[in-house]
Design a protein around this ligand. Structure first.
Ligand code: LLP
Length: 412
């Protein structure tokens, strides 16, 4: 949904240079059509297999985006009380919410139980005990899955790989039957699922399929032991291509693979995709402030920085950077850097790209997932606004922060 028409870069039918001029930079811009297309690619591919698509709120938690997905029928995967608050504020259905995460607090568990979420993905026996005690106090039954760690190497960036036994996540799959057995003592818990999540930005389907087979085998064993297992939660979705020429499997093929494996079991499937729904649906608009040369190196200093998009600094992630107005000048080799006072503040290094000059606008592509949500006020930089495009119209869904927002809640 982002493309050039003649020499101007568009989001759907909105010319982004005009938008940048109106809202200023830096700014995040999202395509509603792209988000809905990706969501529907998941829901259509599941066809008649009972399923819930629990959008991973952490990828992009803006209320307008959550509201759009809720309206399309999505459930939500949350990892904090704050995310639950957002889902409810956006009109999400609590009975389609699963609560993941390794460190749920008592207050968060209480909030989730009183809100009537569907299930907890539990990561330790101590957590099971906490949920049981809280459910007893509130006079409720809580459904849970144990997040098992299948010891599968997801072959992604080490910071976002989660399925190996050395990682903090889940309970070793070999220990799971004993944990489910001991969980029977908890009278306010119902063991209705098994969950796993082996990592994010996965482009190779084989580790996912290996994990699914292991989890499915476990679910079958648990059922023969009398546990009321009804669903498998298979964790996050596909990765997305960030570089030109990089390929990701189609969502339809990914889901087809899952469906074929699970169908015969009669179990329902939950998945928690985030990146593949919103990643390609967002860009970060920025403007060139200066060009400078230090020795051999040429720098393009822009008004977006690591506080706006930390992925390049944190994971060495690649994001394409393209001009909003194409011109025929030959490309240059530059580092694209922001105003933050750190050498680690860059959006691109040694990148051959459009020869943009001060005042020119650029789009940092594929920034819809883990972009704004990981932004901060570092260097006391107000956070960027967010804009949602729908066809030929757009609206601000989060205002740019002001200086007074920066000090809100502070006391001298
Ligand atoms: N479910 C669980 C339990 C997760 O931990 C995650 C992501 C997801 C679902 C969603 O996965 P996805 O469909 O987006 O791959 N900040 C990093 C990504 C961290 C992902 C953490 N967990 C980045 O910028 O690449």
């Amino acid at each position: 949904m982002f493309a050039y028409s003649h020499n101007d870069y568009y989001c759907e039918q909105v010319a982004l240079a005009d938008l940048a001029h109106r809202v200023g930079t830096p700014a995040y811009v999202y395509s509603s059509a792209e988000i809905l297309t990706n969501y529907r690619a998941y829901s259509d591919a599941f066809a008649d297999l009972p399923h819930t698509i629990c959008y991973a709120v952490k990828a992009n938690s803006s209320l307008a985006i959550l509201a759009m997905l809720a309206k399309a029928g999505a459930g939500f995967d949350i990892v904090s009380g704050g995310e639950l608050y957002r889902v409810l504020a956006a009109g999400g259905d609590p009975s389609k919410v699963v609560f993941s995460g390794v460190g749920k607090t008592a207050a968060e568990v209480e909030y989730a139980l009183t809100s009537g979420i569907r299930a907890f993905n539990c990561e330790s026996e101590a957590e099971l005990a906490l949920i049981d005690a809280m459910a007893a106090r509130l006079g409720k039954q809580a459904s849970f899955s144990i997040r098992v760690n299948p010891d599968v190497d997801a072959a992604t960036h080490p910071y976002i790989s989660t399925g190996l036994s050395q990682h903090k996540f889940g309970i070793a799959i070999a220990d799971a039957p004993a944990v489910y057995a001991r969980a029977r003592q908890f009278r306010h818990l119902v063991a209705e699922g098994v969950s796993c999540h082996i990592g994010s930005q996965i482009l190779d389907l084989s580790p996912i399929q290996e994990a699914v087979d292991k989890v499915l085998a476990l679910a079958n064993t648990l059922r023969t032991e009398g546990h009321p297992i009804r669903h498998l939660d298979l964790g996050g979705g596909l990765g997305v291509p960030y570089r030109p020429g990089e390929n990701a499997p189609a969502i339809a093929d990914f889901v087809k693979g899952l469906r074929e494996r699970v169908q015969a079991s009669g179990l329902a499937v939950t998945i928690e995709p985030g990146r593949s729904i919103v990643g390609a649906a967002g860009i970060l608009l920025t403007r060139v402030l200066y060009r400078k040369r230090n020795g051999e190196k040429e720098f393009m200093v822009v008004d977006a920085a690591m506080n706006d998009l930390i992925r390049p600094s944190l994971y060495r992630a690649h994001h394409e950077i393209v001009p909003l107005r194409r011109n025929p000048v030959p490309p240059v080799m530059v580092d694209v850097v922001g105003p933050v006072c750190e050498t680690g503040d860059f959006l691109a290094r040694d990148r051959e790209m459009a020869n943009a000059m001060p005042g020119d606008y650029l789009a940092v592509c594929t920034a819809g997932a883990y972009g704004f949500v990981q932004s901060s006020n570092y260097n006391s930089r107000p956070r960027a606004p967010e804009v949602l495009v729908e066809g030929d119209t757009w609206r601000v869904i989060r205002e740019r922060e002001s200086y007074s927002d920066l000090v809100r809640g502070e006391l001298i």
